[in-house]
Write a protein that binds this ligand. Structure first.
Ligand code: NCD
Length: 325
């Protein structure tokens, strides 16, 4: 893997895309508060557009490649739906085993091939840093749809957008993150996105799955507050957001370790009797038992609305990166 060498793409004469036109989306660190507000407001417009008309021709003539080296349901299909609802077309490479990747083609050559045919490449990869490497080789924009245990910036954007819609703000909150904080890239990105917003973080996990030191340090450096817990009961009554994650079985080198922690937390209606009335339960999904089906009927369960929001966020991102927002 190449080191992270992703100079910004040459900037086309920008319109009002907050500097995102023609750029890669690799990390949430690119989303300062004004850029985030802008993406939220475009997402609201996309919501209205979909509700009223279903689709538009904003990205007519544009092509997106979905290049997925790891499994995905929501991220890949919402990116495809986003492109198609905006009138664009998609090259779906959702099973790289059927592409020349299985013949041993390098990431560099794969992205340089696909950018001959597409205007933007959405990539999911099992290695942290892979999206940055792809961006180094490509002259067209690369969007990181999850790079190993690294980041998942578009998920964090839709997560923050969901919090904004559900609670009316993303500042001054107490956010509990629960489960696999070590390997879960969604919580890495969301934590970074919520820095400098007066958020108090409660990191709840088995010891083996603690939030990585690098991210804990980033919270401290940003003068943020976090505490760590193994027992959810210590904080369930105070959180505004309970962000639940799946234990990422595929990231364990020792499956014995996975067996020790896999069922560590299960959120049930009983758990939520001790939670505030004004709070939300979120999950990037897929869930594999962390939240029981009975919780789905609780108005605080926001995970289905959260995944719906992913469509609008990804429509907004594609339109912005392609200069048509
Ligand atoms: C997440 C991911 O792929 O990181 N899923 C998603 O994109 N919605 C979380 C997970 O796989 O557990």
């Amino acid at each position: 893997m190449q080191p992270n060498m992703s100079p910004a793409k040459p900037r086309p004469a920008d319109n009002n895309s907050h500097g995102l036109y023609g750029q890669d989306i690799l990390s949430v660190k690119q989303f300062t508060p004004p850029v985030l507000d802008y993406i939220f407001s475009v997402s609201e417009e996309m919501r209205t557009l979909v509700e009223r008309f279903g689709s538009a021709d904003l990205l007519q003539g544009k092509i997106m490649t979905n290049l997925f080296y790891e499994p995905s349901t929501r991220t890949s299909s919402s990116f495809m739906a986003a492109m198609q609802r905006l009138g664009g077309q998609v090259i779906p490479i959702n099973s790289v085993q059927y592409s020349s990747v299985s013949k041993g083609e390098s990431l560099a050559d794969t992205v340089r091939t696909l950018e001959c045919y597409a205007d933007v490449i959405v990539i999911r990869h099992y290695e942290a840093g892979a999206a940055a490497e792809a961006a180094h080789w490509a002259s067209k924009p690369i969007i990181n749809a999850g790079d190993g245990v690294g980041e998942h910036p578009t998920q964090a954007l839709l997560d923050a957008y969901t919090i904004q819609r559900e609670l009316g703000r993303i500042d001054d909150l107490t956010v509990g993150m629960l489960g696999d904080l070590r390997f879960g890239r969604t919580v890495h990105s969301l934590t970074r996105l919520l820095l400098n917003r007066n958020v108090t973080f409660r990191f709840i996990s088995p010891r083996l799955l603690r939030m990585p030191e690098e991210i804990r340090d980033e919270v401290t450096e940003a003068d943020g507050t976090f505490t760590e817990h193994e027992d959810l009961e210590e904080v369930i009554g105070e959180v505004d957001v309970l962000y639940v994650t799946r234990v990422q079985k595929e990231r364990f080198t020792d499956l014995g370790d996975y067996e020790k922690v896999k069922g560590a937390y299960i959120i049930s209606p009983e758990t939520l009797t001790r939670a505030r009335q004004e709070m939300v339960v979120m999950h990037p999904l897929p869930r594999v038992g962390e939240i029981t089906y009975e919780v789905d009927n609780d108005p605080r369960a926001a995970y289905f609305r959260q995944m719906q929001n992913g469509l609008y966020i990804r429509m907004a991102l594609l339109a912005t990166v392609l200069g048509r927002a």
